[in-house]
Unconditional design. Structure first.
Lengths: 477, 823
C-alpha cells in the first residue's frame, strides 16, 4: 500500500511502511477537505467521545500516556488533571507555533489534516468541560492558517464546532489566531502573553503550568498540534490499541523530521521506543544512509535545544527515557544529521546564532549571554580566537545554565553522560538551549576549536548536494 | 524565636544558617532584607509587581526539593526553606549576571549623573567581577534621546530591568514607553511621534537603577556626593507627598519621592517633583516693593514697606480689612497670620480659599477617611470632584492602584470623563450644576428607589448604586468653578446618608487643609472650632464676635467700597477666583492692597501697593497638613533669596509694630501655642513629629457641625446654550508652574472641548477658532471633539495661558451658560 516515497502534495513527508495514526490521510491529495475527512472516519472520534462521559474520555487519554509532542514530553492526561476545579472559564490553547530549527511536522499536520486537529481540540474540550479554544498558528505558516480557517468554517457549517455540537448540549467556540514570528512564543507562557496581545515573553514560574493561572488569568491547557491530532484515533480505537504501538513508557507513534546529510531527509511517522536512530538514518524505509557514502559525524536528536549525539548513540531507540539518560532529549522530533565534512564550530555557531536572534530579551543571562557566545564563536571562525576563549565559552555557558550541562558520554575520554534536563538562571529554557551545541562540540571536538585558535585553520564549507531531496523544499500550492 | 515558631501566622526560614521568622506570602527578597540580609536586585521594586527579569537576585534555595538557584523576588517564603545568599553557587550566579549586564554597558560613569548613587555601580562593587572578559565591540545607540520635554533616555546605559515600562503601564496607566525589538537589540523607546508625555514621568527617572533615564532639571547639575538632603513635604498640592529635598551649594537641585506607606508610596507627580525650579527662578522677590506714584513697583527696604502696611492697618477699622490666601504657608505661618488678623486686629474677614474650593464648614464637619482607608480592598470610592490625575497626581496613583489591584470599586460622578474613567466601574456625568440631584438619586437608588437625574438615566443610577459595596469613601472636591459651590455642598450632604460613608477632601492647594485647621476661614478658630467656642480667649488679645466674609464676600464688599485694606497672602484672585470681573473690580476699588509673595503674580503686579517678599517651602521650617489631616514636617534646606522672610516672621513684625506682639520667636513657640489652644493638636509635639518623620501625625476630630445647604435652581436647558465646565489641568498659567522652567512649556494652549453631538452640530473642523461667549465675556479658542464631554456641556480648562476661563463666569449664578459659535 505505502509507496515508501515522497508525496508531492505533502512536501517532505515520506509515505513509508509502519503504523500511521496522525498521518494516515496524507496520501490523499484532498486530505484537508471536510469531504475527505468525513469519508475517512472523520469526527467519529468526536461522536464516540460524546457517547461517553467526559471523565471517561479523560481517563482514556490518561491511560494511553499520550506524551506531549511539543518538546518537553509531559503526559497530556496528567497535564489536564492540573486544572483547579470550579474556576471557570477554562481555556484550551493549541500551540501551533512550531519554530524549532529542523522541525516541520506540525506544519504538515495543520496543512494536510486540519480537521483531525480540530477534532482533537473538541475531544479535549469535551473531556475537560471547556467552551473556548484558541488555535495559535505560527505567523509564517500562511498555508496552514488558510487550511485551518477553511476547515473551521466547514466544521462550523456542519455543526462540529459551535453551539450544541451534533445535537448534544456540548458547545465550543474555536478561535484562530496567528503569531508575529517569534520562536519564543512556542514556550507556552510566552504564547499566552502573545495571545493576550502582549510581547511574547515567558511568564515566571511557578505556577509551573498555566493550568492554574493561564490565559486571562484563567486555568488554561496548552497542547501541541501533534498531541491533539492523536486524540481522534485514540478515542476511536482505545488506549489499548494506542499502547500496542511504541514502548511502555512512550506509547504510540510520533512524527519526526530528519534533515541534514541523509540520502532521504523528510518527515516520518515512527513507532516511539521501537525505531532507533540507526533505523531512521540508514533504514530503507527512512533516511536511506548518509549522503554520498560519507560517515556520520554527529547528530542533533531533538531540535536545536538538544545536546548532540554521536555515532555510538545510533542504536538508541527514539524514546524519552533512554535518550534523556544518555544526555539529550527528543524534544520536538527535529533530527539534524551531520557527516564528517561538517565543521563542528561552524555548526555550533549556526545553532547558537538562532537562539541569540530568537532570545526575547527578558532575562539578562539569555539576552546578553547568547549574543556573546555567538560573537565569540564567530571570532574563532574568523581566525581571531584566543586560547582562553574555549574555557570562557564554557564559563559563560555555566552562567546561563549552572552546573554540569547535559551532554553525551565520551568513552574515548572516559567521560560519563550528564542526564537531561539542564539547570537554568533564566525563566525559560531558551538561554540554556543555546549552550547545548557549545558544550556538545567542545567536549567532543575541542581539537577543532584549538586548531582554529592556534593555527587559524578553517575547514572548507561543504557544498555537496543532498541526493533524493530535490523537490522537498517546494511549498505546495 | 522559639516561642513564635508554633505561631501559624509566621513561617521559619533559614538564611545563611540563621533562622528568621517571616509572614506567609512574603517574598524571600523582602524577608531577607527585613532581617538584615541584602540580596542585590535591579528589576525588583517593592511597589510594583515582580517580573524576575534581571536575575540579579538569584540565590541558592532549598525548599525541600534540593538546592537550586531561584529568583528571590518571585519566591514567597515557605516553612523550612533554607537559603544561602553567600554560597559559591549564589556568588557565581551574581557574578555572572553582573558580567552580562556590564558586557554592553558603556561604563561612562565619569560623565553619568547616576555615578555615585548607581545601583549598578554599587552592586558591581559589592557582588560583581573585578574585570570584564568581554572584548567585543559594545552595543551602540544614539545617546541620549529626549523621550519627552523633561526626560532623556540613554539606551546604551539601559539594563532593561522593566522598571520604567512597568511603572508607566501598571502604576501610572500611561502606556507610552515600551520594549521594542528583541534579544540583544531589545530597547526601551516610545512610539514614533508619541512622546512620553506622562504627568508621572519623573518617577521613572527616580527608579531607574542606572543612568539611562535622566530628567532635564537635574542633568549635569550636581554630583551625588555633593548633595545635602532633608526629608520634607511636597508643597504644590494637598496630598502631602513625602519627599527628600536635595541641595547643592545652597540651591535645591532635586526632589525625590519618599516611600510613606500612608501617603505617596514614593511616587510624585511631575508637578510636585519639578516645582523646586520655581525656588531658583530669577523672578523671585528678594526685597520689599512699594508702588510709586507713577504706578511702578520699586524695591524698597523692609522698614518703609512695613511702615506702609502698619499705617494702612492703623487707619482702617477692622471690619474694613480683609485677608485672602494663605494656603501656600506652613501651619505655623498660617497660625501666626490668623492670630494677627483674628486675635490682633479682631476681624474675621479671613479666607485661605479663593472661591474655587469648598466651604470650610463642610470640609471640617464631614466624617473623614484617610488615603489608606479609601484604598481598603473591597471598598468603594465615589469620586465627586475634579479629575484627580490633573489635580492631585499622587492620590490618583494610589486610587488607581487600589482599583486595579485591590478590588476597590470606583464610581465617578464628574462633569466629564477623567483620568480614572477607564478603570471606573461606573462613570456618571451629571449636567453642570446638577450634581446634587444625581447624588440624591444615587442615595435613593441605594435604598431601592431608582430614578434618573441630571441627564443620567435611572438604569445607570441603579447600576451604580448596585455596585456600592463595603465601606464607601467619597473623594470630594470642586469639579468645576463654572458652577455654584452650593450644588457640590448639597451633593456631599446627600451622600452622607450612604451607610458607612466617609469623605476624603480633594481641595487642591498645597496646605489648604492646614489653613482650615488654623482657622483661616470666616467663622473658625484654630483646631476645627467655631468662632463661638471662644477657645483662644486666654491666649489671644481679641476674638471676633461675628463671622466675617469669605473671599467672594470680601471681593463684593471691596467692589462696593466697603473694604479698604486687602492683604493677599500668596493669592492671585485675578487668575484663581472664578469670577475675574468681580476680582478686578474689587482690586481696583480697594484703597490699599498688600501682597505677601514669593513670585510676582498678575494680581500683585497690577494692584499691589506694598509687596513683602516671602520665603517658600524648603526655605523655612514648619509643618504641612495634607488632605487627610496628616501633619508632617517641612524642613528648611536652603536660605531664601535676598531679604525674603518666613511668613510668620512678617506677621510677627507687623503685629509688633501695631503694638500687640504675637509672642513668637520660633516655629516651636507657635507649635507650643497651637497645642495649648486646641486638644486636636495635642499630638503635634516635637517628639512625635521627629518620631513620625516619614508618615506624619494624623490629626483627627472636629467640633464643627454640618452646614445646611440646598441645591441651587438651575436654568432650563435651552437649545442654544451649553453649560460651561471648568476644571483644572496639572500645568496651567499658575505662577509656580510658569516659574518652573521645565513645566512652563507644558501648559497646553487651551481648547474648548465639545461632545460628539454638540461638535457635529457646530459643523466645523477640529482646531477651528470659535467664539465662546457668556453674559460676562467671551474668548476666542480652538474647538476640539471630546467624547468624554456630555451633550449640553462645553469644557474649558481653568487658568490656561492666554485664555482665562474665569472671564466668562459670573459667580452669582448657579451655572455658566455659554454659546459656542463659529466666528
Amino acid at each position: 500500500m505505502a509507496t515508501n516515497a515522497y508525496i508531492p502534495h505533502a512536501p517532505g513527508y515520506v509515505d513509508n511502511d509502519g503504523p500511521k495514526i496522525v498521518s494516515q490521510r496524507f496520501v490523499h491529495e484532498d486530505s484537508y477537505t471536510i469531504e475527505r475527512y468525513e469519508a475517512t472516519g472523520g469526527y467519529d472520534g468526536l461522536r464516540a467521545a460524546l457517547n461517553r462521559t467526559p471523565s471517561a474520555v479523560h481517563d482514556e487519554v490518561r491511560n494511553a500516556t499520550v506524551l506531549g509532542r511539543g518538546g518537553a514530553g509531559f503526559p497530556a492526561g496528567v497535564k489536564w488533571g492540573f486544572m483547579p476545579p470550579g474556576k471557570f472559564p477554562y481555556y484550551l490553547v493549541v500551540n501551533g507555533d512550531e519554530s524549532e530549527p529542523g522541525t516541520y511536522k506540525d506544519r504538515l499536520l495543520m496543512e494536510r489534516d486540519p480537521h483531525q486537529l480540530i477534532e482533537g481540540c473538541l475531544i479535549t474540550c469535551y473531556a475537560l468541560g471547556l467552551a473556548q479554544c484558541f488555535l495559535y498558528v505560527r505567523g509564517e505558516m500562511a498555508l496552514a492558517q488558510e487550511r485551518i480557517a477553511q476547515a473551521l468554517n466547514d466544521a462550523y457549517a456542519r455543526n462540529y464546532v459551535g453551539r450544541n455540537i451534533l445535537g448534544s448540549d456540548f458547545s465550543v467556540d474555536i478561535t484562530l489566531t496567528w503569531g508575529a514570528g517569534a520562536y519564543i512564543v512556542g514556550e507556552e507562557t510566552a504564547l499566552i502573553e502573545s495571545l493576550e496581545g502582549n510581547r511574547g515573553m515567558p511568564r515566571l514560574k511557578p505556577p509551573y503550568f498555566p493550568a492554574a493561572i493561564g490565559l486571562y488569568g484563567q486555568p488554561t491547557i496548552v497542547n501541541n498540534v501533534e498531541t491533539l491530532s492523536n486524540l481522534p484515533w485514540l478515542v476511536l480505537n482505545g488506549a489499548d490499541a494506542y499502547k500496542a504501538y511504541g514502548s511502555e513508557t512512550s506509547p504510540g507513534t510520533r512524527m519526526v523530521a530528519v534533515s541534514g546529510h541523509v540520502n532521504r531527509p523528510g518527515v516520518y511517522e515512527i513507532e516511539q521506543g521501537v525505531t532507533t536512530f540507526r533505523d531512521l538514518f540508514y533504514g530503507d524505509n527512512f533516511g536511506q544512509g548518509i549522503r554520498n557514502g560519507h560517515e556520520l559525524k554527529m547528530f542533533i536528536p531533538g531540535g536545536g535545544s538538544s545536546p548532540w549525539f554521536f555515532p555510538e548513540h545510533l542504536d538508541l531507540p527514539l524514546e524519552a527515557k533512554p535518550v534523556g539518560e544518555a544526555g539529550s532529549m527528543l524534544g520536538s522530533g527535529a533530527i539534524v544529521v551531520m557527516d564528517e565534512t561538517t565543521d563542528a564550530v561552524r555548526a555550533a555557531l549556526r545553532v547558537v546564532r538562532f537562539f541569540a536572534r530568537e532570545s526575547c530579551g527578558k532575562c539578562t543571562p539569555c539576552r546578553e549571554g547568547t549574543t556573546w557566545e555567538e560573537r565569540i564563536l564567530q571570532r574563532i571562525l574568523d581566525g581571531e580566537g584566543r586560547p582562553s576563549d574555549i574555557d570562557m565559552l564554557l564559563d559563560i555557558a555555566d552562567n546561563i545554565s549552572p552546573g554540569p550541562y547535559p551532554v553525551a558520554a565520551d568513552p574515548s575520554q572516559g567521560l560519563d553522560a550528564v542526564p537531561f534536563p539542564p539547570k537554568q538562571t533564566t525563566i525559560c529554557p531558551l538561554g540554556p538551549s543555546s549552550v547545548a551545541p557549545i558544550v556538545s562540540t567542545i567536549r567532543r571536538f575541542r581539537h577543532e576549536y584549538e586548531a582554529k585558535i592556534t593555527r587559524r585553520d578553517t575547514i572548507p564549507v561543504s557544498v555537496e548536494p543532498v541526493t533524493g531531496s530535490s523537490d522537498h523544499h517546494e511549498v505546495s500550492a | 524565636m522559639t516561642d513564635t515558631a508554633n505561631d501559624v501566622s509566621t513561617v521559619s526560614v533559614t538564611v545563611n544558617g540563621v533562622e528568621i521568622e517571616a509572614t506567609p506570602g512574603e517574598l524571600l527578597i523582602d524577608a531577607c532584607e527585613r532581617t538584615g540580609t541584602y540580596i542585590p536586585r535591579f528589576c525588583y521594586h517593592p511597589r510594583m509587581k515582580p517580573v524576575g527579569m534581571c536575575r540579579m537576585c538569584l540565590v541558592e534555595v532549598d525548599a525541600g526539593r534540593g538546592p537550586g538557584l531561584q529568583p528571590s523576588c518571585m519566591l514567597p517564603v515557605s516553612d523550612g526553606m533554607r537559603v544561602e545568599t553567600e554560597s559559591d553557587l549564589t556568588k557565581k550566579a551574581q557574578d555572572g549576571v553582573l558580567e552580562f549586564l556590564l558586557a554592553n554597558h558603556p561604563l561612562d560613569c565619569p560623565v553619568c549623573d547616576k555615578g555615585g548613587e548607581c545601583p549598578l555601580q554599587d552592586q558591581t562593587m559589592a557582588f560583581g567581577p573585578g574585570e570584564t572578559r568581554f572584548v567585543e565591540e559594545k552595543r551602540h545607540y544614539e545617546k541620549p534621546i529626549p523621550i519627552s520635554d523633561t526626560v532623556y533616555l540613554d539606551r546604551e546605559r539601559c539594563i532593561l530591568c522593566d522598571r520604567c515600562t512597568r511603572f508607566a503601564d501598571d502604576v501610572a496607566g500611561d502606556t507610552l514607553i515600551h520594549f521594542m525589538d528583541r534579544g540583544n537589540n531589545t530597547q526601551v523607546n516610545t512610539f514614533p511621534d508619541e512622546p512620553f508625555a506622562s504627568y508621572f514621568s519623573g518617577n521613572t527617572v527616580q527608579i531607574c537603577p542606572v543612568g539611562a533615564l535622566t530628567a532635564a532639571p537635574y542633568r549635569f547639575k550636581a554630583r551625588p556626593w555633593d548633595l545635602e538632603e532633608t526629608v520634607s513635604t511636597a508643597w504644590t498640592d494637598s496630598v502631602g507627598s513625602r519627599v527628600t529635598v536635595q541641595s547643592s551649594r545652597n540651591q535645591v537641585v532635586r526632589l525625590l519621592g519618599v516611600d510613606a506607606d500612608a501617603v505617596n508610596w514614593g511616587w510624585l507627580s511631575d508637578k510636585e517633583r519639578f516645582a523646586f525650579e520655581a525656588l531658583n527662578s530669577d523672578r523671585r522677590l528678594g526685597a520689599p516693593q512699594l508702588r510709586q506714584p507713577g504706578g511702578e513697583l520699586v524695591d524698597a527696604g523692609w522698614a518703609p514697606a512695613l511702615a506702609a502696611v502698619t499705617d494702612a492697618l492703623k487707619q482702617t477699622p477692622a471690619s474694613r480689612v480683609g485677608l485672602i490666601g494663605g494656603a501656600r504657608l506652613t501651619n505655623e505661618s498660617q497660625y501666626a497670620w490668623t492670630k494677627l488678623f483674628k486675635g490682633g486686629l479682631g476681624t474675621d474677614n479671613v479666607d485661605a480659599q479663593l472661591g474655587d474650593g469648598l466651604p470650610a464648614q463642610l470640609v471640617l464637619s464631614l466624617r473623614r477617611a484617610s488615603i489608606n482607608e479609601a484604598c481598603r480592598p473591597g471598598g468603594t470610592v465615589i469620586l465627586c470632584g475634579p479629575d484627580l490625575k490633573e489635580d492631585l497626581g499622587a492620590l490618583y496613583l494610589r486610587i488607581r492602584h487600589a482599583v486595579v489591584n485591590d478590588g476597590v470599586t470606583l464610581i465617578e460622578i464628574t462633569p466629564t470623563r477623567t483620568g480614572l474613567s477607564g478603570i471606573a466601574a461606573h462613570s456618571l456625568h451629571p449636567a453642570a450644576g446638577e450634581v446634587a440631584a444625581l447624588a440624591s438619586a444615587l442615595v435613593a437608588a441605594q435604598r431601592g428607589e431608582a430614578q434618573g437625574a441630571a441627564g443620567v438615566s435611572a438604569e445607570q443610577v441603579a447600576q451604580a448604586a448596585a455596585a456600592l459595596s463595603g465601606p464607601v469613601t467619597v473623594v470630594l472636591g470642586r469639579p468645576s468653578i463654572a458652577e455654584s459651590v452650593d450644588s457640590v455642598t448639597a451633593a456631599a450632604l446627600a451622600l452622607t446618608e450612604l451607610p458607612d460613608v466617609a469623605f476624603l477632601s480633594a481641595l487642591r492647594r498645597g496646605n489648604v487643609h492646614g489653613a482650615l485647621d488654623m482657622g483661616m476661614a470666616p467663622g473658625l478658630l484654630p483646631g476645627r472650632t467655631p468662632l463661638s467656642a471662644g477657645t483662644v480667649s486666654e491666649v489671644w488679645a481679641n476674638t471676633p464676635s461675628e463671622p466675617g466674609l469669605d473671599t467672594e464676600g470680601m471681593l463684593r464688599a471691596a467692589a462696593a467700597g466697603e473694604l479698604d485694606v486687602l492683604v493677599l497672602l500668596g493669592a492671585d484672585p485675578l487668575s484663581d477666583f472664578p469670577d475675574r470681573q468681580l476680582a478686578r473690580k474689587a482690586l481696583e476699588a480697594v484703597t490699599t492692597v498688600v501682597a505677601i509673595e514669593s513670585l510676582p503674580n498678575p494680581s500683585t503686579l497690577a494692584y499691589a501697593d506694598v509687596v513683602l517678599p516671602a520665603a517658600m517651602a524648603t526655605e523655612v521650617d514648619g509643618t504641612f497638613t495634607n488632605l487627610e489631616g496628616r501633619v508632617s514636617v517641612s524642613e528648611q534646606k536652603v536660605t531664601p533669596p535676598g531679604t525674603a522672610r518666613a511668613d510668620w516672621m512678617i506677621a510677627s513684625e507687623i503685629a509688633r509694630r501695631l503694638g500687640n506682639d504675637l509672642g513668637f520667636g520660633s516655629t516651636a513657640d507657635i507649635r507650643a501655642e497651637m497645642v495649648s489652644v486646641s486638644p486636636l493638636f495635642a499630638g503635634l509635639t516635637e517628639e512625635a513629629l521627629i518620631e513620625h518623620r516619614i508618615e506624619g501625625v494624623l490629626v483627627t476630630g472636629s467640633s464643627i457641625s454640618l452646614p445646611s445647604a440646598s441645591a441651587p435652581e438651575t436654568p432650563h436647558h435651552d437649545a442654544y446654550s451649553l453649560r460651561l465646565v471648568t476644571g483644572r489641568r496639572m500645568y496651567d498659567a499658575g505662577t509656580m508652574v510658569q516659574a518652573s522652567s521645565s513645566s512652563a512649556g507644558l501648559a497646553a494652549a487651551v481648547a474648548v472641548r465639545l461632545g460628539t453631538a454638540d461638535f457635529e452640530r457646530l459643523g466645523c473642523a477640529e482646531g477651528t477658532t470659535v467664539r465662546v461667549a457668556s453674559a460676562q465675556g467671551e474668548l476666542l479658542v480652538p474647538v476640539v471633539h471630546d467624547r468624554g464631554v456630555p451633550t449640553g456641556s462645553a469644557a474649558l480648562a481653568a487658568n490656561a495661558p492666554g485664555s482665562p476661563a474665569n472671564t466668562l463666569i459670573d459667580c452669582s449664578t448657579s451655572v455658566t451658560e455659554v454659546r459656542v459659535e463659529r466666528p
